[in-house]
Design a protein around this ligand. Sequence first.
Ligand code: ADP
Length: 374
Amino acid sequence: MSRVFVVNSGSSSIKYQLVDPVAGETILSGTLQRLGEPGGDAANHDEGMRIVLERLGPDAEVAAVGHRVVHGGARFDRAVVVDDAVIAEIEKLNELAPLHNPANLDGIRAARAAFPDVPHVAVFDTAFHQSMPEEAWRYAIDRELADRHAVRRYGFHGTSVKYVTERAAAFLGRPLGELKQIVLHLGNGASITAVDGGRSVDTSMGLTPLEGLVMGTRSGDLDPAIVPYLGRVADLDLGELDALLNKRSGLLGLTGTGDMRDVQRAAAESEPHAEQALAIWRHRVKHYVGAYAAILGGVDVVVFTAGIGENNPLLRRRTMTGLEFLGIRIDDDRNELDSRAERRISPDRQPVEVLVIPTDEELEIAKQALALAG
Ligand code: ADP
């Protein structure tokens, strides 16, 4: 019996999968939506979990439950078996991720009630990045103030980055410990991570997922003085500024749509703002690839993953153009091959292997949960 029930609980949704991590198979998956809303799938997380339990049926043979938790703070550098003390620790981190952690906890509590007899494991998006050295995670602000309020770089997408870097090493048949990898996790939320020998040494997201790349609706990097400046000249309060930068910026702010496919369609029709948004997006990606090649002191592997990274050959090619001086080259036929498989898109025998590795966060959560439950 090696099946793991994987739960990703949001404030108004529960996404779940039943995964066999040994076989690497998803047995079933589903989503409950609009929890607590009129006409929604369930009144709350408890009722939602009871519905899921019925859908799984009596023969699900769940060996462990794996929970996605967004923020593990500096407290969690790996997955842990959930007990009351762990729940209390996660609760203490609510302020760092007020939209996500309380919802993750609702899911954990409901699932513990629904599956009382198996181990529950919390897997944190931030944990993989706890290996960063202090010069990478500490912001240059008042030390005492920063420490008191836990202000530092944490990074996100860690479960995905851990998974794809391990798969990349396996794909290449080379030891993970020897590889300098740059992982481009390019989805709605997007980040880049420098991974040295299997350890995260720098990553573009920060205290929250707002920092770094241009995203679907998030600005990524900007001069922090813009925040008080806009507060003053545009008369925006802190809540409005937060919403502006997280929900109405990035591709959406630049073009009116946050979906990369729509931006590309518009650019293909020579819509100037769309073309420019793509140029800004690529410029920021390239900026980080160069930075992380420098931080790593070289690069052996570039990995593309997530919605845009896995499915967008044009952006893959154009973000890598101009990086030949680093040894990065793309083979156009390989790059344009329509495939769901793990694959190389650089020519053979190049200094840098450029790979597309489809991410699978649920499988990684299931693996980690089973390892701890074992
Ligand atoms: P999230 O961060 O929400 O998990 P995803 O990894 O699903 O995001 O990525 C969403 C982005 O990927 C969107 O901008 C979308 O345009 C792009 N994308 C997703 N699937 C495809 C596809 N099949 N072809 C092209 N682009 C895609």
